[in-house]
Design a protein around this ligand. Structure first.
Ligand code: SF4
Ligand code: SF4
Ligand code: SF4
Length: 307
């Protein structure tokens, strides 16, 4: 018990000091970084007009990512209401109250070309793969600060509220599967090919071809993700307005360029971390004093006090 607590204290102190130091040092380094363009960006094309809402992709995603069945809605069916710590991919139904057409929509990480989450992460837990442009995540570097969650215009990273050491969860375009030569789980099971995988350039050409072949079918005859926030590697075609199915109007400028608040927040991050380190050292001193008192008590009475 004694050793465990001491070890815990040591661990808190030894972790907080470097983290606080990093928080002071990293902002400048992160701010100086520029996002390089990946060599061969891959992505997905989701065509809402082809989706039948079967949710095979949702189940396949959970399986491929070893996520537990999310039955939080009714306790029986895997039917999460939104992306969450157990759900990296979701199908939602947009059903307007008037007679205008309804639509399914698939949501997961958009794999932005210039990702706000990467720019916001103080510890490089999120990064963009140089080769294929996937926005990847390294759990050992993530401290669960949730800056990525705030920065993402698509509300993708989700926090593990139920965990003791919570981090974030998001789609990584099935990169372990890609590394083995497979396509993403969601695209591999889609019965109608509503969502397909491939090089971004090919997907974009294919999307434009579909628009050309059916000029009145798709909303504004355009591909969502071609230019939005600097472009995304997940592209969308829809027969209903993009905003109605949760694809926000984010403008064409990349979001990291607009993150001037980031530097300020990083500076504020250093303050709580330093306070944690100070708190840990006070706890350590109290613990040593307490141990000394216990020894004195034991010598005086012959009784060993319980911790
Ligand atoms: S959608 Fe959000 S989480 Fe995904 S890459 Fe873009 S900013 Fe990051
Ligand atoms: S690419 Fe993989 S992790 Fe992302 S939504 Fe599809 S199945 Fe899920
Ligand atoms: S598997 Fe395909 S058709 Fe079924 S819900 Fe997913 S995207 Fe839609």
């Amino acid at each position: 018990m004694e050793v465990t607590r001491r070890e815990a204290l040591r661990s808190v102190v030894s972790k907080c000091v470097p983290v606080a130091t990093a928080a002071l040092v990293l902002p400048e380094a992160r701010a100086a970084e520029t996002t390089s363009q990946p060599k061969a960006p891959v992505g997905m094309l989701y065509d809402a007009t082809l989706c039948i809402g079967c949710k095979a992709c949702v189940v396949a995603c959970a399986e491929a990512n070893d996520l537990p069945r999310d039955v939080s809605l009714d306790g029986l069916h895997q039917a999460p209401e939104d992306l969450n710590a157990f759900t990296k991919n979701i199908i939602k139904l947009y059903k307007p109250h008037d007679q205008s057409p309804d639509s399914f929509v698939k949501q997961q990480c958009m794999h932005c070309i210039d990702p706000a989450c990467v720019a916001a992460c103080p510890f490089k837990a999120l990064w963009k793969d140089d080769e294929n442009g996937i926005v990847a995540w390294e759990p050992s570097r993530c401290i669960g600060c949730r800056y990525c969650e705030i920065a993402c215009a698509y509300h993708v990273p989700k926090f593990e509220w139920d965990m003791i050491n919570p981090k974030i969860v998001k789609c990584e375009l099935c990169r372990p599967r890609l590394a083995k030569g497979y396509e993403p789980a969601c695209t591999s099971v889609c019965p109608t090919h509503a969502v397909i995988f491939g090089p971004r350039e090919d997907l974009l050409s294919q999307a434009k071809e579909r628009i050309e072949q059916s000029p009145n079918k798709y909303f504004e005859n355009r591909v969502y993700g071609e230019h939005e926030a600097g472009g995304t590697q997940v592209l969308y075609l829809s027969h209903v307005p993009f905003e109605d199915i949760g694809l926000p109007d984010v403008g064409a400028a990349p979001i990291p360029a607009r993150l001037n608040w980031q530097k300020r927040i990083y500076k504020f991050l250093a303050l709580p971390l330093l306070m944690y380190a100070m708190l840990a050292s006070i706890m350590k001193k109290n613990w040593i004093d307490h141990r000394r008192e216990m020894r004195e008590e034991e010598e005086r009475t012959g009784l060993r006090p319980q911790l």
